[in-house]
Design a protein around this ligand. Structure first.
Ligand code: ZN
Length: 115
């Protein structure tokens, strides 16, 4: 192998190493993003579980008073509250955050029925 070949080879190895490092950094930031998202989802999930437990407890407490002055049962009111705090309560997207507080026809049907 002459000196020129050797030099070319070093240049190529250097370039490949740089490529690899860039990819490594990209992967690292993607990983960080995923971990952050995961942490957020964990908190959101905890939050939802707590609310659901609360809603279920309230429902048991108020089983004898099915309908309130608003015409919604206690459990529906709790779902309404959950919906109002920005979460889906429909079967389709239950527990997901409503993007930009957009209205969801599925959720509204769950709360208010097909009226
Ligand atoms: Zn929904």
């Amino acid at each position: 192998m002459d000196k020129k070949d050797l030099f070319d080879q070093i240049t190529e190895v250097t370039r490949n190493t740089e490529d690899l490092l860039n990819k490594l950094h990209e992967t690292q930031s993607a990983m960080t993003e995923i971990m952050e998202e995961n942490a957020e989802l964990k908190i959101e999930n905890q939050h939802l579980r707590a609310r659901l437990e609360q809603a279920t407890a309230n429902e048991h407490e108020n089983e004898h008073t099915k309908n309130t002055k608003h015409g919604l049962s206690k459990s529906l009111q709790n779902l309404e509250k959950l919906y109002a705090s920005g979460y889906h309560i429909c079967n389709e997207f239950f527990g997901k955050h409503r993007e930009g507080e957009e209205e969801c026809a599925f959720c509204l049907t769950v709360i208010y029925g097909d009226r």
